[in-house]
Design a protein. Structure first.
Length: 37
């Protein structure tokens, strides 16, 4: 899931650092939403 999120941001021509940051944010938010600990 994280790799896909990063790849999606890279495909939008975002810098690598921003892509990783946003990918991590997305994964963390998804885990929080689904109640993962």
């Amino acid at each position: 899931m994280l790799a896909s999120a990063i790849a999606a941001h890279l495909a939008k021509a975002k810098p690598l650092e921003d892509s990783v940051r946003e990918g991590k944010r997305l994964v963390f938010a998804t885990f929080q939403k689904n109640g993962a600990e």
